[in-house]
Design a protein around this ligand. Structure first.
Ligand code: PLP
Length: 440
């Protein structure tokens, strides 16, 4: 087909997706694909969920859209109530947007405005981590750590400081316990604050479980508590980006619930709309919200589609489904099963260096050799080749080339729907194994 759609990869020929059902997508030829990554960790309920469809029909039949400067809507109010009820800490104020990057942009700007409201205008910098992805708009790209994604646009980006991630597989020293390692890398935040001047920094932003640049990288126990402590000590805000790892993906509604800390601002997207609607959100704590509410009374930011009635109705139905169908225990159970099966399948494979993650958010790191952990050269385009082979075999997984200290590493991210069955876990592992082994 001679496509007039400006596809991201201009020369790729893509199948036409025509139908989705449960864990499967179908193309124009009727070929089935097991959607083991929800696209990019989006489709947490699977496809064609009857309850979400009904809620969307109901909303559109009465009201599709009303601009948020003129009206609020019942669905936006109910969704904000529900998120506040279930979020850790006092994240009682939700700002609805249309996706993850928009949510991150709003978070960065709200954090900056917070300091203007409380009389600290000298705070202008953000600190984040080298293995991180926070979105593709200019602000989000600036704080993200993926050098390859940032490089062409570097001259346009606000300056941001990047410290080490918590990446045991690559960086933990042999004599360190996991806890000691976590403390060492968390302390890099304090070291960097002292170098740049702690009272010039607005916020530290991090993904509780890193997704798109490192393949489901979890932090060591105690890492995020130490990060929180340092932020408190220097008056820096903590922004947690749960765009990919949030909304139940790791087994709890918010991934940072498992870190035992509270954030000042949290971003969510992907699983929030589960692909039924494009929607993201930024949740602000009482302290941050009150500074604006009691100060200028106006957040100097906004988009046309924020608080979209149909999008919020869809997201509300998704959240109801996660709760009413009691899906989070299945995330933990099937996540453990998938992890076990992957370890069995790849035990002898010298190219699968690490298998990690939490819940149904699992990453495989591919290396030339397990012993040396040497990454594959980026020119091998391994991720693209595995993706293509997997699609031939009827599997959607999310291979990516992240960065390991400036060079590319290759990972495969798995984020299947929360409804995945045991048979589908086996199908996933089988097809993934065949895809990897036929390429390397
Ligand atoms: N933040 C994180 C952690 C992400 O993984 C992503 C997307 O992958 C984004 C932000 C950007 O979200 P979007 O692609 O919806 O703009």
């Amino acid at each position: 087909m001679n496509s007039r759609v400006f596809h991201r990869h201009c020369h790729s020929t893509l199948p036409v997706a025509v139908r989705g059902e449960g864990a499967y997508l179908f193309d124009q030829n009727g070929k089935a694909y097991l959607d083991a990554s929800g696209g990019a960790a989006v489709s947490c309920l699977g496809h064609n969920h009857a309850g979400v469809r009904a809620a969307l029909h109901h909303q559109i039949d009465s009201l599709a859209y009303a601009h948020s400067a003129f009206f609020t809507t019942e669905s936006a109010e109910l969704l904000a109530d529900k998120l506040a009820e279930h979020a850790p800490g006092d994240l009682n104020h939700t700002y609805f947007l249309s996706g993850g990057s928009e949510a991150v942009e709003a978070a960065l700007k709200l954090a900056r405005q917070y300091f203007l409201e409380i009389g600290q205008p000298q705070r202008t910098r953000f600190i984040s981590r080298r293995q991180s992805y926070h979105g593709n708009t200019l602000g989000a790209l600036a704080v993200g750590g993926n050098i390859w994604r940032r490089a062409p646009f570097d001259p346009l980006l606000i300056p941001a400081e990047h410290i080490a991630p918590c990446y045991s597989y690559r960086d933990k020293r042999a004599h360190e316990t996991p806890f000691e390692y976590g403390q060492r890398v968390a302390n890099e935040l304090e070291e960097r604050l002292l170098v740049v001047g702690p009272d010039t920094v607005i916020a530290f932003i991090a993904e509780p479980v890193v997704g798109a640049t490192a393949g489901a990288l979890t932090a060591e126990e105690g890492y995020f508590s130490r990060i929180r402590e340092i932020c408190n000590q220097y008056g820096v805000l903590l922004i947690l980006d749960e765009v990919m790892c949030g909304m139940g993906r790791t087994g709890t509604l918010f991934a940072h619930e498992q870190e035992g800390i509270h954030a000042d601002i949290v971003t969510i997207a992907k699983g929030l709309g589960a692909g039924y609607q494009p929607i993201g959100a930024m949740l602000a704590s009482d302290r941050v919200y009150d500074a604006v509410s009691n100060g200028s009374g106006f957040f100097q930011h906004g988009h046309t589609y924020m608080g979209h009635a149909t999008a919020t109705a869809g997201a509300l139905a998704v959240l109801n489904a996660i709760q009413n169908e009691n899906l989070l225990p299945n995330v933990v159970h099937k996540g453990n099963l998938l992890m076990d099966r992957l370890h069995q399948r790849f035990a002898e494979n010298v190219h699968v260096g690490d298998i990690r993650g939490r819940g149904l958010f699992i990453g495989l790191e591919l290396v030339k050799d397990k012993e040396t952990k040497q990454p594959f050269d980026p020119v091998t385009q391994l991720h693209a080749r595995i993706k293509n082979r997997a699609m031939e075999l009827g599997l959607i997984c999310y291979p990516m080339s992240g960065t390991i200290d400036g060079t590319h590493g290759h990972h495969i991210l798995l984020a299947p729907p929360f409804i995945i069955s045991t048979e589908q876990v086996d199908e996933l592992v089988d097809k993934l194994g065949n895809s990897i082994e036929s390429v390397i």
